[in-house]
Write a protein that binds this ligand. Structure first.
Ligand code: NOJ
Length: 728
């Protein structure tokens, strides 16, 4: 039978170009040869487990047998040319010899680790995002990987949710730009024909889990679903992304893995042509949700909704054949999903050469290269946010440097969570970077506190002593790598343990203290915010973390990143996000009665969305706003008035003043990162297409026509300019 496929392929090569078969037609020629078992096999994705010695298959004899029978169509968690080749060989020995797809969570780099996605989002720099995705894509495809389960484009307004680290933050417009940039970086084919499939996840509204508890219920209005959570997914679909992944959550009573409403939007409204993979076990979990009667029904509901591949719940492999035989699921429905898988395999060139991603020479030469590390360093420094600076930064490194805090020397904490392929000893720590760059300095180090033993003060004395003797102190605070990520929601997002207590003592001891906060989410640290002379929020920066931090500290790079999610001042403020509605009684600064606020805490965030400082300053002049056919045009003159070259994120927000449905007090609709040399001046033109003002209201999509206020701001709270303009 394998000969039959080869014959079919050969014939398709011999047909003149105009009559050449499409991938869909080629897929159909194969589908015509397939048994029901083989078809359901293509929709079955299983994991290989990774252990110190390499990948192992759980219940491995069984899985090898299934591979040989053509009952597995794709695998995750197998990586490396050798191991993927071994597994591929098993699949090729099946009756039809259909090659496997290998997927992996390459979330922020493969072996060269880039900053976590939330950090890269802070760069507000599409080129940096493309670069990071490009390098990750190349390292993946030369390691046998065809498919990354990224980008994660779940907007989230709740920093307690552990998975904010994987996403774009709170803003829908920016998340959509980021989605597009990541798809471009991941999916563009390389010169040698290798290419990576990307995956938009988690469809949809996973970031709206009640209380920020991972996997929790989502109960939101249609307006919020359409205006806040869906647009980044539409951007990914419009960019030609190859796959989507279901979310674990239910939305308003229906789990995402069987949610026909969502897939109707995806396939029919947006015209998406790729495949959909479930999340791990999420089809089976529809029973636990209390939605599907049993796992067989779950399989039926998922495939009828349009979920192509079952990742690890075995509902498809166990029940689909029977469902078709009993006439409960039509064979055409099954074939439609099988076709999507085969088409992707064609696109990747796997039918031409199933081992084309398994070249050990490329793998040996193209991973963790100096160029890749340089890219990681570049993106890392663009991801560091300057939150505070009382004239201390940048510094010329003096002789005596005290480095305090366990994270300064902890390699694993440089990478952060969701690293699947990195060697744990590769990342450059701050301490290492300092020692390499300043061999002549006296560098002392004290842990000060323990990242795990949260209330241990036994290290305070040593830390205070070295701080007292130093010219400058670099104090590293934050979360350890396991504190943000999947299933890592935290109810209390203050800096853990006794860190703030130590920090205050260090500030009293040495005024020249630079604080670096590392972690996967916005945290609360009011005392540090108030007392520290200088704060850099570094997130988890990856392989080149230490070098990138030093680049910023020394002024080799002038910080340009901005806050991608509002940082709360108090736990009770959460969710705190800039694009809230006004209400009939908006929050006011004074502790007035009867306004939309708590009586005991401020309503404003500590650091608002898009906040971030620079070593230089910028002046905005001559701002004008006009309407030009189907666009709003914003013109302004920007001058770098300070002493350093630098970047300014010019932001334009809109507010629709009244209409069929209420709208947020501000919505970001355009932003651009402008680089100016010191003293340089530039005319800037930005535009907002009127189509971008559309809004999903109480009766569906509204065209957005109406009276608007347009703002230009330094961040979501600090406006420089506003004007009113009719848009009809
Ligand atoms: C579960 C996570 O939710 C998802 O993001 C990931 O891609 C899969 N596991 C596979 O590891």
């Amino acid at each position: 039978m394998k000969k039959t496929i080869l014959l079919l392929l050969f014939c398709s090569i011999m047909i003149p170009i105009s009559a050449q078969k499409t991938f869909e037609q080629k897929a159909d020629s194969i589908i015509a040869l397939m048994t029901l078992d083989e078809k359901t096999g293509q929709l079955n994705m299983v994991t290989g487990n990774w252990e110190a010695t390499g990948p192992v298959l759980r219940g491995s004899d069984d899985k090898v047998k299934l591979l040989k029978e053509g009952k597995i169509g794709s695998m995750l968690n197998i990586r490396g040319t050798k191991h993927t080749r071994d597994m591929q060989a098993q699949a090729l020995s099946s009756r039809l010899g259909i090659p496997l797809l290998f997927g992996l969570d390459v979330i922020h780099g493969y072996r060269t680790v880039f900053p976590i996605p939330l950090a890269i989002s802070s760069s507000f720099d599409p080129e940096a995002i493309i670069l990071a995705s490009r390098v990750a894509a190349r390292e993946s495809v030369v390691s046998g990987i065809h498919w990354t389960f990224s980008p994660m484009i779940d907007v989230s307004r709740d920093p307690r949710w552990g998975r904010v680290m994987e996403g774009p933050g709170e803003d829908t417009y920016w998340a959509s730009i980021m989605a597009k940039a990541m798809v471009e970086g991941y999916q563009q084919p390389f010169d040698d024909g290798l290419e990576l499939m990307a995956c938009a996840k988690h469809f949809a509204a996973y970031g709206a889990a009640i209380g920020g508890r991972d996997y929790n219920t989502v109960d939101i209005s249609m307006q919020t679903l359409h205006n806040v959570y869906l647009p980044p997914f539409k951007a990914a679909a419009d960019s030609g992304i190859a796959s989507f992944m279901c979310a674990f959550n239910e939305i308003n009573g229906v789990p995402a893995s069987g949610n026909k409403y969502l897939y109707d939007i995806l396939y029919n409204t947006w015209g998406y042509k790729g495949l959909v993979v479930s999340d791990w076990g999420s089809i089976g979990e529809m029973v636990v949700h209390g939605y599907s009667k049993d796992r067989e029904t779950a399989a039926q509901q998922a495939i009828e909704a349009g979920v192509t591949i079952d990742m690890e719940s075995n509902c498809y492999s166990r029940y689909l054949k029977q469902l078709v035989e009993e006439g409960k699921v039509s064979e055409q429905t099954l074939d439609n999903e099988v076709r999507k898988v085969l088409v992707q395999k064609y696109k990747l060139g796997l039918f031409d050469d199933p081992y084309r991603y398994c070249n050990p020479e490329k793998e040996a030469n193209e991973i963790l290269t100096p160029a890749n590390r340089e890219a990681a360093r570049d993106v890392a420094r663009k991801s560091i946010i300057l939150l505070k600076n009382e004239g201390l930064l940048p510094v010329e490194m003096p002789k005596k440097i005290a480095v305090i805090g366990p994270y300064a020397g902890a390699k694993r904490d440089m990478d952060g969570n969701w690293t699947v392929a990195t060697d744990k000893d590769v990342a450059v720590t701050l301490l290492e970077a300092l020692k390499t760059r300043y061999p002549g300095s006296e560098i002392s180090f004290a842990k000060g506190f323990d990242s795990k033993e949260n209330n241990d003060r036994s290290g305070f004395e040593e830390a205070i002593t070295i701080a007292g003797k130093a010219d400058i102190v670099l104090l590293t605070l934050g979360e350890h790598w396991g504190m943000s990520g999947e299933a890592r929601s935290r109810g209390d997002i203050h800096l853990p343990g006794v860190q703030e207590e130590l920090a205050c003592k260090i500030y009293e001891t040495n005024k020249n203290t630079i604080t670096l906060v590392m972690g996967g989410r916005p945290m609360i640290f009011n005392q540090v915010s108030e007392k520290a002379p200088a704060i850099l929020y570094t997130w988890w920066l990856g392989t080149e973390a230490g070098n990138a931090m030093l680049d910023v500290i020394c002024g080799e790079y002038n910080p340009s990143a901005r806050v991608p999610m509002s940082f709360p001042k108090h736990l009770g403020q959460i969710p705190v996000y800039y694009n809230r509605k006004n209400s009939g009684r908006p929050s006011v600064d004074a502790e007035g009665n009867y306004s939309n606020r708590y009586i005991d805490i401020d309503y404003k965030p500590r650091y608002p969305f898009a906040y971030g400082l620079s070593y230089t300053s910028f002046e905005y002049k001559d701002i004008t706003v006009s309407k030009d056919n189907d666009r709003i045009l914003i013109k302004l003159n920007l001058t770098n008035t300070g002493d350093y070259d630098g970047k300014e994120l010019v932001q334009v927000y809109v507010r629709k003043l009244w209409g069929e449905s209420t709208r947020p007090i501000k919505e970001l609709k355009a932003c651009e990162n402008i680089f100016l040399k010191k003293g340089e001046n530039k005319e800037i033109e930005m535009s907002i297409p009127c189509s971008g003002l559309r809004y999903y209201g109480q009766n569906g999509w509204e065209d957005g026509k109406g009276d608007y206020k347009i703002f230009v701001g330094r961040n979501a709270e600090e406006m420089i300019f506003d004007t009113e303009i009719p848009v009809y």
